[in-house]
Ligand binder design. Structure first.
Ligand SMILES: [Zn+2]
Length: 298
């Protein structure tokens, strides 16, 4: 894929966005509703809104960095004060499902109902109409971009096929995509809860920081868009938040690095992209056993 006409603002050579998926209890409940019975698991998740988000807001304020927080509707209902605090601190709120549903396989009507429910809650709780969407578990259906464009979203940040933003076809309209990367997600570094997720290996925050710093340096050198995805219940713990603080300190010091929200980056893409990328669902080949035998090729 070419750059499709995209360019950074004058004086900027690359961008970095610090993004936080405020899943709290929702992702565990979506995975298994009986998680509600597990008091300890629920507190592992509610650590995000109760303890981690205030800490992370403080770190962002120290660096003067505006971030993007993707908030499931259920999280907003359960923790309305936290969501309002994010808004009052000047950060962006994005859509992240209602109960962090895995959308994969949902038909368009069912997925639309989830999207609308999430929109209603963010409006009612925080007075926010999000322009950005991130699919729970980064799972998009081929029909999802059209549903987002129909609802006035400007961008999505769930796909994995680029180092910079691009404009993509979305039904009758278009959408900006700001791609993500599993290497830039804290779940793979830190997530562990017995009986739910993780291998039991929990990485050293210094190792995660250095991994992400290397990617940020490479994006800076190549003119890319570094998008880090952190979950407050994971990255808001003391040692990890300290490592993230150090990473932000490093990245804001890169010359010409635009450290901003995904919403700002999406607006830049919308202004400058001169071409549009169209995704296609792969056509599966016929199974070998049903390929017609060719008499003429002995
Ligand atoms: Zn999530």
């Amino acid at each position: 894929m070419s750059d499709l006409g995209f360019s950074w603002p004058a004086g900027r050579r690359a961008a970095a966005a610090f993004t936080f998926d405020v899943d709290a209890e929702s992702c565990a409940l979506a995975h298994d509703p009986s998680s509600a019975d597990r008091m300890s698991l629920m507190t592992h998740q509610s650590y995000g809104p109760r303890v981690a988000v205030p800490r992370l807001l403080g770190i962002l304020a120290d660096h003067g960095v505006s971030a993007t927080f993707f908030v499931p509707g259920y999280t907003a209902e359960q923790h309305p004060g936290m969501v309002r605090a994010i808004v009052e601190a000047g950060h962006e709120i994005g859509h992240h499902g209602y109960l962090h549903e895995n959308m994969l396989g949902l038909d368009p009507a069912a997925e639309a109902a989830v999207l609308d429910r999430g929109l209603d809650v963010l409006r009612d709780v925080a007075g926010v109409v999000p322009t950005g969407y991130r699919a729970p578990w980064w799972e998009m259906n081929w029909h999802t971009p059209a549903l987002l464009a129909d609802r006035g979203f400007v961008y999505d940040s769930s796909l994995l096929d680029g180092d910079r933003p691009y404009r993509m076809a979305a039904g009758a309209g278009t959408l900006v995509e700001i791609p993500v990367d599993w290497a830039l997600d804290d779940w793979e570094q830190y997530a562990f809860f017995p009986g739910w997720t993780g291998s039991g290996v929990i990485e050293d925050p210094a190792k995660a920081r250095d991994l992400w710093a290397g990617e940020a340096r490479a994006h800076h050198r190549l003119g890319g868009c570094f998008v880090l995805t952190n979950h407050p219940f994971l990255s808001g713990r003391p040692g990890r938040a300290t490592a993230l603080d150090e990473l932000i300190d490093l990245v804001v010091g890169f010359e010409g690095m635009w450290v901003t929200t995904l919403g700002e980056i999406a607006e830049q893409a919308r202004r400058t992209c001169t071409d549009t990328w169209t995704h296609h669902r792969p056509e599966l080949p016929a199974p070998a056993g049903v390929v017609p035998h060719r008499e003429e090729n002995p």
